[in-house]
Design a protein around this ligand. Sequence first.
Ligand code: ASP
Length: 314
Amino acid sequence: MTFTHRHLLGIEHLRPEEIVTLLDLADDYVTLNRAAEKHGAALAGLTQINMFFENSTRTQASFELAGKRLGADVMNMAMQASSITKGETLIDTAMTLNAMHPDLLVVRHPHSGAVDLLAQKVNCAVLNAGDGRHEHPTQALLDALTIRRAKGRLHRLNIAICGDIAHSRVARSNIILLGKMENRIRLIGPPTLMPAGINEFGVEVYDNMQKGLDDVDVVMMLRLQRERMDGGFIPSEREYYHRFGLDADKLAHAKPDAIVMHPGPMNRGVEIDGTLADDINRSVIQDQVEMGVAVRMAAMDLLARNLRTVRGAA
Ligand code: ASP
């Protein structure tokens, strides 16, 4: 098997053929999820704990459903409300949970690198559900599956990632994944929302939507991440929408069959026009949500296989 990792911490650790293995398995899970009987047994007998130190609706629900569909015992820990407010450290919390013998730990944390640190301390497989501005690997994988199914391939596409790149772990994971699969990536946004050292990523940078969208196959919009800004990044939301919000006029510069993506949650009228977001002829935003469950099933299935192999050998 071409996927031998103990954890899924970031796209940067994956080889292109591992990405393909995971997406192929996820395709099978899309079929299962569309069937009347949706249960698989890949995680039967295993315990999955979801630890979200940051608010999340769709990612947590998606991981929970993915685990349940594959037969795991799934527990959600509301970390905001629990021990951290009492001053327990991340590692203390992890060690406590580790003593309960989970097999899969799904972690979201506001600090970049926190999930990697935690993975070094526990005995189970750890999946990064988003750490600060660092990585959000399952988001990039579900985006890749959505693109591959819509476009019939995942290479040699022109892909624009637009908006608040600087604060976005979604952008970072996507840039790494789509780069590994040999696509041409353009980043579009105001210079204040471009991360430092962006030129090292092998991407083209634009501060004009009309120019940047010219001839692209995929338009990926990002949320303005206000919670990671400390003021002064954009003049006003109105001005931002005028220059960088995606509407039908700006989309007309892309290829006629270009697809529109957004990881959610969306700010309608700020980064994207609401009608366009709902247009099923252009927008694949709902497909992204569907692919999310399948990709998380595939990721946990592959990690569980490796876990069983390691334990069997011990
Ligand atoms: N849901 C994505 C994330 O957790 C994108 C966003 O929040 O804007 O990074």
